[in-house]
Design a protein around this ligand. Structure first.
Ligand SMILES: NC(=O)c1ccc[n+]([C@@H]2O[C@H](COP(=O)([O-])OP(=O)(O)OC[C@H]3O[C@@H](n4cnc5c(N)ncnc54)[C@H](O)[C@@H]3O)[C@@H](O)[C@H]2O)c1
Length: 251
């Protein structure tokens, strides 16, 4: 388990997988900063604070360098350091239905890269100085098993997540000397309203049937792996991408 009182920043923590991670770290006694563009992040922070946890919200567009700088300033002023950064924010459910590669607009491709790839780099760049000062830190990125599966008609998203896996390895080498580990999770298809909207309704039961553990995947299925990567026990694991998909792809 992550050290109690650890300062944990979760981007895109306002809903979906990020919200589950925020709830889990708050339940562990961590001090959690939710960085998101949606009001639900604020509501979540209020709800958990009223229940006795230390959770705050900083409205942040991860693709905007100035906003990310303001997030780092807020963390510095509030806590002086950051222990764990979970780069979870991503454009996924807002992409609409899958499209053949020839039909994807340049503006959409650029928007996905700006948030899913450049956003990970910008937030890491801004928060690493708050880890370096203490010679320790954990960066946990959110990739996707679509990279390993080569999912068709989703080329901008898959490319953006492939770059996250590559960045994870490169940053692990750069940040190892500072005592900072950098890893990624690659979730399989999590059944949420978003995935139901994006995918053919017949596909979800088919996807569940392809798993070694043949059941629907939920956001809770990711919590244990992220907790582990953030924990002291994972201090010698870095540059890795852990596929959490119930056993569909193996790498
Ligand atoms: N749901 C899945 O099946 C699945 C599978 C593999 C990977 N993922 C990845 O997991 C992460 C979470 O996905 P989810 O299913 O919870 O999706 P979601 O759309 O429910 O959540 C994404 C969160 O990111 C936030 N966000 C979007 N753009 C942002 C920006 N510019 N700045 C800050 N926050 C921003 C959203 O407001 C939202 O809170 C994403 O990176 C996604 O690509 C999801």
């Amino acid at each position: 388990m992550t050290d109690q009182h650890a300062v944990v920043v979760v981007t895109g923590g306002g809903r979906g997988i990020g919200e589950h991670l925020v709830r889990a770290f708050a339940a562990d006694g961590c001090r959690v900063v939710v960085a998101d563009v949606i009001d639900e992040g604020d509501a979540l922070a209020r709800e958990l604070s009223e229940a006795g946890s230390e959770v705050s919200f900083v409205r942040t567009d991860v693709g905007d360098e100035q906003a990310v700088g303001a997030l780092a300033d807020a963390c510095r002023e509030r806590y002086g350091h950051v222990d764990v950064l979970v780069n979870n924010a991503g454009i996924y459910q807002d992409l609409g239905r899958k499209q053949p590669f020839e039909e994807i607009e340049v503006a959409d491709f650029e928007r996905v890269l700006r948030v899913n790839t450049i956003g990970v780099w910008l937030v890491t760049k801004a928060l690493v100085p708050l880890m370096r000062a203490r010679g320790a830190g954990r960066v946990i990125n959110t990739a996707s098993s679509t990279v390993h599966m080569g999912v068709p008609n989703f080329v901008h998203y898959v490319a953006s997540k492939g770059a996250v896996i590559a960045m994870t390895r490169s940053l692990a080498k750069e940040l190892g000397p500072d005592g900072i580990t950098v890893n990624a999770i690659a979730p399989g298809l999590v059944e949420t309203e978003a995935t139901r909207a994006l995918n053919d309704p017949d596909y979800l039961p088919v996807a569940a049937g392809q798993r070694a553990i043949a059941r629907p995947m939920t956001p809770e299925d990711l919590v244990g792996t992220v907790r582990h990567l953030a924990s002291p026990g994972a201090s010698f694991v870095t540059g890795q991408t852990l596929i959490v998909d119930g056993g569909v792809t193996f790498a």
